[in-house]
Design a protein around this ligand. Sequence first.
Ligand code: BUP
Length: 451
Amino acid sequence: KTLSPPHIALLPSSGMGHLTPFLRLASSLLNQNYQLTFITTYPTVSHSETQLISKFLSTYPQVTSKQFHLLPFDPSIAKSNDPFFLQFEAIRRSASLLIPLLTSSVPPLSALVTDITLCSAFLPITSDLHLPNFILFTSSAKMLCLLAYFPSLVEVSEEVHIPGLSKKIPKSWIPSILLDFTTLFATQFFENGKMMKESNGILVNTFESFEPESLAGALSEGKVVNGLPPIIPIGPLVPCEFERGSSPLSWLDDQPDSSVVYVSFGSRTAMSKEQISELGIGLVRSGCRFVWVVKNKKVDKEEEEGLEEVLGVEFIEKVKEKGLALKTWVDQGEVLSHKSVGGFVSHCGWNSVSEAAWNGVPMLAWPQGGDQKINAEVVRKSGLGIWNESWGWGGEVVVKGEEIGEKIKELMGSEGLRLQAGKVREEARKAVGVGGSSEAGFFRLRKFLEP
Ligand code: BUP
C-alpha cells in the first residue's frame, strides 16, 4: 500500500460531449484527493474545447497538464466527413506516441482512464505497460448494451434483441453510420465494443435508479455478453464551478417560475435553415417564453453568420419581449438550474439528459443523430420527458412549426411530467449522496487502486 494517493491520467476524445464528462470526472476525483494528469490532444477541433480546458486548468493548478501532439493524418483515407470522428481516428492512430508520456509520469501512474471511443487503440498499450486501464463511457447504459452487443451482430434486421433488455431496439433507432459496417465510425464502434472487455472497469455516467434494467439487469449480470469487466455507474457527473460563464441569467431572473422553455441541440448539431425557421414559428405558437441556442454549423470554428442572418431581423424584433435567441455558448448547467426554466427541448445528447435529470427539468426529446434515440428512450421510460418518435431523426423531415408549438405546450403544461421529473431529480441527488450508486462506484474504483 502506498502512502501517496493514486495518480490517474485522463485521456478524453474530441467534442464537448466527451470532454465535459471527463472534466467533471476529474473534478470529482480531485475532491476525493486523487493526483491527476490531464492529457489534451492538440489541436482541438472546436474553440469551446480549448476554452473549457483552459478554464479547468486555471481552476485546478494542482493538475498536471500534458499535451499530446498527434501524428499527421490524412482524412481522405477514412470513410467519414465528421471532424470529430476524424479526430477520434487521428488520436487512435497516434496511440504509440503516448507511451513516453505515460512512463515518464511522476509519481508513477496508478491507472489511465480513456474515452470509450479510443479504448481499442490504447488498451494494448496500457496492457504492455502493465498499467490498469479504465474506460469512461460518456453515454447511457442502454447505449453501452448496444455497443457491447454490436460485435456479435451479423446484420441489423428490423429489430435488434439485446439479451437482458425487455424491449427490442428498432432499426430506426440505430444511426445510419452504424448500419453501414464500412463507415469509419462503425469500424471504431466494432473495435471498441470487442476490446472493452480487456479493460479493468467501465465507468458509466449514469445512475442505478435511472437505468435499472440496463445496469443491474443486463450489463452487470452478464446477460448482454459474457466477460465484461465491472460496470461501474458513477453518475450523474454534475456541472462544476469551473464551467461557469457569462450566460443569459439576468434575463431569466425576471421571468416567472418554470415559465421558460430552454431549446438546445448540443454542441455539434447543425440544423437546417428551414428547420430553424419552423422551430422559430413553433416557439412563437407555443406562447411560451424561451431561451434558444441556435446553431447551423457542426463546428463552432465554422460559424460565420450572425443571429440576424439566420433568424431574420423581423423574427428577433417580434420575439424580443418573450424570448432570447443566442448564437453563443451558454452555461447550460446554470440555465437548467434556474428556477424560471420549466422545460427543455433537447437532442438528448447524454450530458444534456444528465443535466436535465440533475435539475428535474422535463424534456421534449428530439433526437438528431448518434446515440440520441437510445437516450430518448431512457428519457421516456424514466418519465423525465416525452418523445414524439414520428419526428424521426433531425434533418430527415422538416417538422412544421404548428406541430412543434403543440408539443412545447404539452411539455410546459403537464403537471404530471413536472412531478415525475422532480422525482428523477431526487433520485439523481440520492445517487451522488451518502450510500448512493455513484458513491458506491467511486468506492469500487478506489478499492481497485488501493487494495
Ligand atoms: Br450548445 C451548448 N452550452 O451552449 P451533449 C452545450 N453545452 O454548456 P453533444 C453548454 O455541452 P455528443 C451550450 O451542457 C453539455 O454538457 C451541455 O453535450 C454543454 O451533446 C455539452 O448534451 C453537450 O452530450 O455531444 O454536444 O451533441 O454528440 O457527444 O453527445
